[in-house]
Write a protein that binds this ligand. Structure first.
Ligand SMILES: Nc1ncnc2c1ncn2[C@@H]1O[C@H](COP(=O)(O)OP(=O)(O)OP(=O)(O)O)[C@@H](O)[C@H]1O
Ligand SMILES: [Mg+2]
Length: 406
């Protein structure tokens, strides 16, 4: 990685404990089993086996990082990703808005895309086929979509017609409607002969239609990512219950493969499962997630279960991460490290232990923040006397023991 401003951005993200936006996959350590399971989910989605996953764990354990992994891996494998943010407007008790939010959080190969972009991507591919005219493809496409849902099909047809004839305004109106825009003025709708709009009943139908469309357009499928689901717990109690019902409904439809080639990955803090206000209050959802406290307490890992509980990564993974970060850190900072990188990593754990926090209670974010702090201290104080001792560490599953090598 040569570009120093890129490196600075990565370092700054790690210092503040957030997921770097670029070159992120290089730094993901200790999550091979989780990645394998998420890849399996994506394979299922591609084979039209509707699948769900709920990633949970302590704050800073790496939940959003795994969603980011899905986003990158999925994008590279021709999946469309939709990222829904619960703190930016979507409420699970307002399912009529689901389609709108899915359509407004679309990503393809890491880039935010609109309905129109998707169609253009498809059209460019179609044009490459020298044996078949785009016209034939378009005709088939409209036929299939109209058979599936007439009103969606009709607007889709108008959209294509407007696009071909370069009628900018009409094309925008049609693609807004197809993207679930609820506030298209009546006058405009009348001008272009559009009837109806999105409501609680047809929101789900349009989503079904859209999933069929993207399958025909040649995408592997769509993965819907919903981060920080535990914010549902902060809703008023009646709305919270309604939200649980919404989540359950969405899970059922996905698992029944009602949306073609579509899967759902949630993530949220463990309070969603352990808090008294959490999913415990709604047995039906709890069963869908087949979460049992017994499995959890017994420490048994079953990655194929709907809930993926993130454990701490092992010591070797921390050493690995420490080495990778040190390599980029030292490429943009003057640092005269007199001890080995594993020793600096062990110093992180010793500092926490002094503050009465054991290795087993630390998250990856805790580690990163302290590790970066120590590198900064060493870099700014070349004559420091503390971090000049090699430090060995061993962990017996309960506590970490340290040995100074002078
Ligand atoms: N497996 C990993 N390998 C390397 N770095 C990781 C890994 N998992 C997480 N991180 C880093 O740890 C920090 C916290 O990760 P992340 O934001 O994914 O955690 P989170 O569980 O989503 O946190 P929160 O509960 O606050 O939402 C980020 O800087 C991220 O880059
Ligand atoms: Mg997060």
């Amino acid at each position: 990685m040569k570009d120093s401003s890129k490196v600075t951005k990565i370092i700054n993200s790690l210092k503040s404990g957030i997921v770097p936006s670029e070159n992120f996959r290089e730094f993901l350590v200790g999550r091979d089993d989780e990645k394998k399971e998420l890849n399996r989910i994506l394979d299922n989605i591609q084979s039209d086996v509707g699948s769900i996953k709920f990633i949970t764990g302590a704050y800073g354990s790496g939940k959003s990082s795994l969603l980011k992994y899905v986003m990158e891996y999925g994008g590279n494998n021709n999946f469309l990703i939709s990222k829904i943010s619960l703190d930016r407007g979507f409420k699970f008790y307002k399912l009529e808005e689901l389609y709108y939010h899915i359509m407004h959080g679309l990503y393809y190969k890491g880039k935010n895309v609109s309905f129109d972009d998707l169609f253009t991507i498809w059209l460019d591919k179609v044009k490459e086929d020298k044996n078949n005219k785009p016209y034939n493809y378009i005709n088939n496409l409209i036929k299939e979509i109209t058979t599936y849902n007439e009103s969606f099909g009709r607007v889709f047809f108008s959209y294509i017609r407007a696009k071909i004839s370069n009628s900018e305004e009409e094309m925008k109106v049609m693609s807004s409607w197809l993207s679930g825009e609820p506030n298209i003025p009546y006058k405009i709708k009348e001008k272009y002969g559009i009837k109806g709009s999105i409501d609680r009943n047809n929101s789900v139908d349009y989503l079904k239609c859209f999933c069929t469309l993207i399958e025909i357009l040649g995408f592997s499928g769509m993965v819907i990512l919903i981060d920080e689901v535990d914010v549902l717990l902060d809703e008023r109690s009646d709305l919270r219950q309604k939200s649980f019902v919404g989540v359950k409904g969405f899970i059922d439809m996905t698992v029944n493969s009602e949306f073609k080639n579509c899967g759902l990955i949630f993530s949220g803090g463990e309070r969603f499962f352990v808090d008294d206000k959490g999913v415990k209050t709604y047995e039906a959802l709890m069963q869908r997630l087949s979460y049992t406290e017994f499995t959890e307490k017994a420490g048994l890992m079953d990655y194929k279960k709907p809930v993926m509980w993130l454990r701490n990564i092992d010591l070797d993974s921390y050493y690995n991460l420490g080495e990778m970060i040190y390599t980029i850190y030292s490429s943009i900072n003057d640092i005269n490290l007199k001890i080995s990188v594993p020793s600096v990593v062990n110093w992180v754990f010793l500092e926490y232990k002094k503050g009465k926090r054991e290795f087993r209670d630390l998250t990856i974010r805790d580690f990163l923040i302290k590790y970066m702090e120590i590198l900064d201290i060493i870099s700014q104080n070349p004559e420091n006397k503390i971090y000049t001792y090699e430090l060995e560490a061993s962990y017996n599953g309960r506590e970490m023991k340290f040995k100074n090598r002078l």
